[in-house]
Design a protein. Structure first.
Length: 274
């Protein structure tokens, strides 16, 4: 089986509330993966303070390029009502990236990042019509033999036992129709601080379509109340995906490979494989 691309997917690093022991080992583990692309799916900071953004910028600059980085709800300065209303993403643009809708494509994969955070909402995610038009413009024309990916902060699916549907992207069903139309393969997100991967076919009944929701946990934050810190390494092939869960070992003070999730592509979309 020909390996096509290696992607490191980190999320919710939350500078301002990080476990300092995890930072250097995370940087080391990301380099050891030798990725073709690094994706960071939001919540770079805890309170969107300047000091936190500076730390996040230094951290990202220590990781391999290219990178796709999108903001999360914590990257808006909710404590500053004027800035929150008038320029909620000014700090993200100044310290991290001027483009809230980053793209990457090569001969094998195509990636679009979308900003799902909103100044009016402290934690819930949204995707609007203009953003769906953008996704359609960018990903529909890409040949179907490419692995097409959408990166958001907020998730399109929830882990088992998680009942708060407000955590799903608002109007996710409408978005899924566009994603199905364009044959988007992978939906990468964070926000829940839970690491898991599953097909969308269970929640969204779209004939002949099943993308993969790939959720990263929090890589470095103390906010990880339920799980140890983690990130994903995604190994793509044209018709097979393997996701290695990299989990923080408190004893060894390093990230180690844990479970692997395997999926294959069928006429009905992506399904789990042995
Ligand atoms: Fe978070
Ligand atoms: Fe979040």
């Amino acid at each position: 089986m020909l390996l096509v691309r290696v992607i490191v997917h980190i999320s919710d690093i939350h500078f301002g509330k990080t476990d300092e022991r995890t930072i250097i080992p995370l940087i080391r583990a990301v380099h050891e993966a030798n990725p073709d692309l690094v994706i960071a799916s939001g919540d770079l900071t805890q309170l969107a303070r300047k000091r936190e953004y500076l730390e996040a910028r230094a951290f990202l600059s220590s990781l391999p390029e290219p990178q796709i980085v999108v903001p999360g709800n914590h990257d808006i300065p909710l404590w500053n009502p004027l800035e929150r209303l008038t320029s909620p993403f000014a700090r993200f643009k100044k310290y991290i990236a001027s483009n809230l809708y980053p793209t990457y494509d090569d001969q094998e994969i195509a990636v679009v990042g979308i900003n799902t955070a909103r100044s009016r909402s402290t934690k819930y995610g949204h995707i609007n019509r203009e953003q769906l038009v953008y996704v359609r413009e960018k990903l529909c024309p890409i040949p179907s033999d490419h692995i097409k990916m959408l990166v958001t902060h907020h998730p399109f699916d929830l882990p088992d036992g998680y009942t708060d549907k407000r955590q799903l992207i608002n109007r996710a069903g409408r978005a899924m129709k566009v994603l199905a139309e364009c044959g988007v393969d992978l939906l990468l997100a964070g926000h829940l601080h839970r690491i898991f991967a599953r097909t969308t076919a269970e929640r969204y009944k779209i004939e002949g379509y099943g993308a993969l929701v790939i959720q990263a946990g929090t890589a470095t934050s103390f906010r990880s109340s339920r799980e140890v810190n983690s990130f994903n390494i995604i190994w793509t092939n044209s018709d097979a995906i393997t996701i290695t869960r990299m989990l923080w070992s408190v004893e060894k003070e390093k990230f180690e490979p844990s479970a692997e999730d395997h999926f294959r592509h069928t006429d009905g979309g992506w399904v789990p494989s042995a």
